[in-house]
Ligand binder design. Structure first.
Ligand SMILES: [Fe+2]
Ligand SMILES: [Fe+2]
Length: 196
């Protein structure tokens, strides 16, 4: 499903109808994110896809609908709730904390010319983004082991800085991790960046 600035709010709110068991926790967390953090306004990156206000929400909602489609096709026994919680919040590490956003508008004219519209907040302690997502979510929502793995390993395995990221999960990825990883990849590369 294609998510854009016109339909994102409606599609986002509809996702919460799929939550039942952990409704109270999730609705409290939604309220916290919307009122005390930059969740509804954060960009998805400083310079790549969706480096605009609300970019992260558009990306996260898009990933969630694609993950739900994949799950319905391949693993219908996994609950919608599990998919929504992990997919919608997988990149929450990019939001930062209450009153302390991870991305700040860039004030450097040269950077802006190059398309770097946001910069990282230097006051935020360094942490792998997916780990920060898990850190934030798990303070508010009780997660299963599979949900936790899906969130921390959503980037999958990639060669990086002379090694491979997430190698620990190799051959031990749970289904939810694979669904989320593929949905994330497809949403950003194909739907957001137009890969053919
Ligand atoms: Fe991510
Ligand atoms: Fe993502």
């Amino acid at each position: 499903m294609l998510i854009n600035t016109d339909n994102v709010k409606e599609k986002y709110n509809l996702l919460f109808e799929k939550i039942s068991k952990r409704k109270e926790q999730v609705m409290k967390f939604k309220n916290f994110l919307e009122n005390e953090t930059n969740w509804l306004r954060a960009p998805a990156s400083t310079r790549f896809h969706l480096n605009v206000e609300q970019g992260l929400l558009i990306h996260s909602v898009g990933v969630t609908y694609n993950a739900l489609d994949i799950k319905t096709l391949l693993a219908p026994d996994i609950t919608d709730e599990s998919v929504v919680i992990t997919a919608l919040f997988h990149d929450l590490g990019k939001v930062g904390y209450a009153g302390k956003p991870y991305y700040l508008p860039n004030d450097n004219a040269k950077d802006i010319e190059k398309g770097i519209t946001f910069k990282k907040n230097p006051e935020i302690v360094t942490m792998n983004l997916a780990v920060r997502s898990l850190y934030l979510i798990s303070q508010h929502i009780s997660l299963s082991e599979e949900e936790a793995q899906a969130i921390v390993a959503h980037d999958g395995l990639y060669a990086i800085k002379g090694g491979v990221v997430n190698i620990d999960y190799h051959h031990n990825e749970c289904r939810l991790q694979m669904i989320l990883h593929f949905a994330d990849k497809w949403t950003s590369a194909v739907q957001e960046e137009g890969r053919k």
